[in-house]
Design a protein around this ligand. Structure first.
Ligand code: BGC
Ligand code: BGC
Length: 606
């Protein structure tokens, strides 16, 4: 037992018993704390004891996760709620680490004020660092980490993220997305470590990092299953694939996450051959919990139960379908009271068996005990100083450098020399928001100085060591033949989820094309750095470029891009996805016989 756990136990009443025993007081000591509060007992015993004390309403509350804007600490007490979440960009005011810790502690105190004092878990989408908090370290999005091929690096990123979360109280991360992105037109391609199952499987080390360190938070493998396999790359669409394909391509990363003990799994909004995953009992209960042996709890996606019948809002039928399919906790941001009422009715009428409710509670409570929440319910503010710390930023910079993929490099355009006179241009060159992408401060992310960090331009100035040799003009105006090289940093504007779907193709932005053309007219070596969540259609323009680097969405540490441009770090990144010749080839993937512009695994060295 940890020292602090012992202290908590003593404080909770054992002290009286011990004191009486030691002093040889009255024969009958005061009763000690309930067994479930005794950290010396095995988790299974504690769960059994607690479950035996819970009313139906206690159990319904545990299965319910409202969004912070629609719930108060008093509601948590009264309805014995099991969890609260911040959806994308949903932050306390002030949006600072202490603001988060205070908010979290407020909800947690609400939970501790209920008769059984069952702590909540608080979930956020920390999908590339603690990304809703200004000043937190923003790591590269998963697609870049997939390019690094470095699972140990990813484990360390998980551990760093867990520390930043812990300092603000947050104890549940809706990450990693272990999706296998098969069609790059999908708006969530950047959340994927790659298009083959081996990459997301390998990077489930993120789960070890999040859960396994001294600062330990619950991880979530999402979205179960085949979210990246939908027809046309449509977000929340339909994966029209056979079961052997589903098992060969989309299931393996979940198997690996389960093997590593991932605490929760989130169900996908998408369907499999027309059936919504949120009602797929075969895949959730038989395959995930049965065959894969998943012992944690299954959470629905945000309002995910609403979509089972394709009509807005949810009905009792949808609640029944979802819970009986095997969903244990329901992310029901606003209408959570109605959810509880429907579920109560369904249990009372026998439509949802009590055994199902008990199983869900057993799974949720097991994770809460394992996390040590009954002993340490409040935010551990000693980790607050790690938010955006120099050590985490250094790790992120290293991750950025390792994720750069040099796709083309002619006439030794790269690496640059420290004393080269360089002209830098492009919408993404000097913009923290652009280089961070979606899920940064807000759900969609956005251009501009949205948080603290080093832009790619700042990074170039730092790494070049002769900052006076670097000229920057966003649109490329003023470039001429007197420079040794020009760098165009261009790509995609931030987006998240279906907002990023591009069924009509992945063409370059017209402003970016103009900038590139302006630089090209100067007739000096031209290096294009693409800041994007996925491959873009560049084949027809590529002959006019000397070098092309895929920087993906690096996050706040833009110096990592410069490290590779200047050869401070040798390029080792390899494509985690196949780069299409034109987006009409989508879906295009390793081994499908199509002729890409750059194959999966491509990446040059110098
Ligand atoms: C997304 C999930 C996310 C959840 C909570 C959903 O829209 O699909 O990935 O975890 O929202 O923000
Ligand atoms: C939330 C996201 C969520 C989405 C689902 C948004 O309002 O901010 O977190 O994923 O809704 O539709």
């Amino acid at each position: 037992m940890r020292g602090s756990a012992l202290k908590a136990l003593l404080a909770s009443g054992l002290a009286a018993v011990v004191a009486l025993a030691v002093c040889g007081g009255p024969a009958r000591a005061e009763p000690g704390p309930a067994p479930y509060l005794d950290p010396r007992l095995p988790v299974g015993d504690r769960v059994r004891d607690l479950l035996g004390r819970m009313s139906l309403d206690d159990k319904l509350g545990q299965m319910t996760q409202p969004e912070r804007r629609y719930v108060t600490p008093e509601d948590v007490t009264r309805y014995r709620l099991g969890a609260v979440l911040s959806s994308g960009g949903s932050a306390p005011s002030p949006n600072t680490p202490p603001g988060w810790a205070d908010m979290y502690d407020g909800y947690q105190r609400g939970a501790l004020a209920s008769p059984l004092r069952v702590p909540i878990v608080y979930g956020v989408d920390a999908v590339h660092g603690h990304n809703t908090v200004p000043g937190a370290t923003i790591f590269p999005h998963n697609i870049g980490l997939g390019a690094s091929r470095d699972p140990e690096l990813v484990r360390r990123i998980g551990a760093a993220t867990a520390e930043e979360l812990a300092g603000t109280g947050v104890n549940w991360d809706f990450a990693p997305c272990v999706c296998v992105a098969r069609d790059d037109r999908w708006g969530r391609t950047y959340e994927s470590f790659g298009e083959v199952p081996e990459l997301p499987s390998m990077m489930t080390t993120l789960v070890d990092g999040l859960q396994g360190g001294p600062a330990s938070v619950l991880a979530t493998a999402k979205h179960f299953v085949a979210d990246g396999g939908t027809a046309g790359g449509e977000d929340r669409g339909d994966a029209r694939i056979t079961e052997p394909e589903l098992r060969a391509v989309h299931l393996p990363p979940f198997r690996e996450a389960v093997r590593r003990g991932v605490g929760s799994v989130m169900v996908s909004y998408s369907s499999w051959n027309g059936l919504k995953m949120h009602q797929n009992r075969y895949l959730i209960t038989d395959v995930l919990k049965g065959e894969l042996g998943f012992k944690g709890f299954v959470v629905s996606d945000y309002n995910g139960i609403d979509r089972i019948d394709d009509k807005p809002g949810f009905t009792e039928d949808e609640v029944v379908a979802a819970v009986n399919a095997g969903i244990d906790m329901v992310m029901v941001p606003t209408e959570w009271r109605r959810f509880i009422d429907y579920l109560r009715d369904a249990v009372n009428s026998g439509r949802v068996p009590m055994s199902r409710v008990d199983d869900a509670n057993r799974r949720i409570l097991t994770k809460k005990f394992e996390l040590g929440l009954f002993e340490h319910p409040l935010a551990d503010r000693s980790y607050m100083r790690t938010v955006g710390s120099a050590a985490h930023r250094a790790l992120a910079r290293q991750a950025v450098a390792k994720s750069q993929v040099v796709l083309k490099n002619e006439n030794n355009a790269l690496p640059l020399d420290d004393d080269d006179k360089v002209f830098v241009a492009g919408r993404s060159a000097n913009d923290i928001g652009m280089q961070s992408g979606g899920w940064t401060i807000t759900w969609q992310g956005g251009p501009g100085p949205i948080t603290k960090g080093t832009t790619i331009l700042d990074g170039i100035r730092q790494v070049a060591q002769t900052p006076d040799n670097i000229t920057y003009e966003r649109d490329g105006a003023g470039v001429d033949g007197s420079y040794d090289a020009a760098i165009a940093v261009v790509g995609e504007k931030p987006y998240a989820e279906y907002h990023g779907d591009r069924p009509d193709g992945l063409r370059l932005d017209p402003d970016d094309v103009k900038t590139i053309e302006r630089l090209r007219a100067a007739d000096i070596p031209l290096i294009v750095v693409l800041v994007s969540g996925r491959p873009l259609d560049v084949a027809d323009r590529l002959p006019g470029w000397d070098a092309l680097v895929a920087a993906w969405l690096p996050g706040t540490e833009g110096a990592g891009v410069a490290d590779v441009l200047y050869g401070e770090t040798a390029p080792t990144g390899r494509l985690p996805v196949t780069w299409m010749r034109d987006s009409g080839q989508e879906p295009i993937n390793k081994g499908d016989g199509k002729a890409p512009l750059f194959p999966f695994g491509h990446g040059l060295d110098y």
